[in-house]
Ligand binder design. Sequence first.
Ligand code: VG1
Ligand code: CO
Length: 544
Amino acid sequence: MSIITVATSTYDDQRPGTSGLRKKVVVFQQPHYLENFVQAIFNSIETCQGQTLVVGGDGRYYNRQAIQTIIRMAAANGFAKLIIGQGGILSTPAVSCVIRKYQTIGGIVLSASHNPGGPDEDFGIKFNGSNGGPATEKVTEAIFATTKSLEHYLSCDSADVDLDTIGSTQVLNTEISIIDPVSDYADLMEELFDFEKMRSLLSNRRFKMCFDAMHAVTGPYAIEILEKRLGAPEGTVMNGVPSENFGGGHPDPNLVHAHELVERMNGTEPLAFGAASDGDGDRNMVLGSGFYINPCDSLALLLDNAHLVPAYKEGVAGVARSMPTGRAVDRVAAALEIPCYETPTGWKFFGNLMDAGKITLCGEESFGTGSSHVREKDGLWAVLFWLNIVAERNQPARTIVREHWSKYGRDYFSRHDYENVDSAKASEMIEQLRTKLSTMAGQQVGDLTVESADDYHYIDPIDGSESAKQGIRILFTDGSRIVMRLSGTGTSGATLRVYFDRYEGDPFHVSHDPQKALADLIIAADQLAGISAFTGRQKPDVIT
Ligand code: VG1
Ligand code: CO
């Protein structure tokens, strides 16, 4: 076995987006494409010599091949040890947990999250640092800069490693340790929540719940935790075996893609509680009987009930939400007199705040909720948090949400996605909207009056780093808001995201359909930005 220096030529499209580099599998299969990016990651680490790296993915097509490539390259680059999940499996929050537990230099996550998998679908790769969180923009920009000047990478001529057998082997001087992907994470969950209380809830045959793993990575985690450790009946976890193409579906936990679950939550004998997670296990959707819980409400509610959960009973230092996320959590933070931070979209912006001890809980409207127990959003953690609250309060999820609305009022929220739009047209639309922002204040749109408009510019309160152009915000005099931005995770064309939110304080008026409660804002967005004219679409592809 020897180290090989491979000459390579560069690609110009390797800038990581909101969450790592995501492309079609065929793009990753181009000669040296994956290798270049991996070498750029390794070059961003001060020294690979003697370090330990965690590697795992959501099990999608190309996961195993990519891991073999990474093993050869990591050995040639001098890592002392690789910790790899059995079968190449590690959920995104589990990678974060393992990095922190074994104090490694970082980890590589192979996932394109909720995007479909398969030979013609998506793949992705992301680097997380020693805090367990996604690399900051400074690091991802350095990685991108390296990909544009790379001349060679290091690899070796070793045979493939058996990824399915737990234990250790050696490649060059690197120890390859294959670990159980579930146990460290499950142990951490057991430390955070009241498993005894939850066990009596889940083993009560009158409480019927279902967790939809969507043929993705959370299957083994949910089976171990919900069925084995918490005593829920076998079959509580549906679609629990990870498959390379996620059973042919989108592993995206929303009302459209988790329709099988949604059907069980409605109908004549609806279940009491339902939940789903995405491809890599960091997102969550939570449902009560015939009742959808918006992720923005969910974050607010977790904060308001955090004292019921052992890990958070001493209090929460502060909270954060991404800018487009609805402002329900702000009201709870104000009531609790704790700080509430606003960050750009993407989990990498929460890391500094958590490391500095400023926040304990945080979340995004895109079905992402998490806490400082790891540095990623965490799907199953959110589901367990909910179950812990339901067990403590002994009330249905729907009642808990309704009581929350009567206490705080309701923040209506909705996101409209226009997918696979012509990229040039989408950019043109955003550009022309930008030119209008400085003169928009005072403008009337229907019955609404614009109070202010800007392009969100973030200054990190911990390290002072700046991130410009993070989303256009249009605020109205009645306090309601429209946000528009282009997605940074798609792999074909552009995806336009339009976010709407409005506060309704009167508890007697809080049971509308959000689409109705936000109808005038939805019309205003089109009038202000020309969405239908630029995109040629009359309605969004996905509404959440
Ligand atoms: C989307 C979401 C964002 C989330 C990101 C990664 O990004 O809007 O809130 O952090 O996905 O989540 P974008 O740029 O497409 O809007 V995941 O579960 O896809 O890693
Ligand atoms: Co995800």
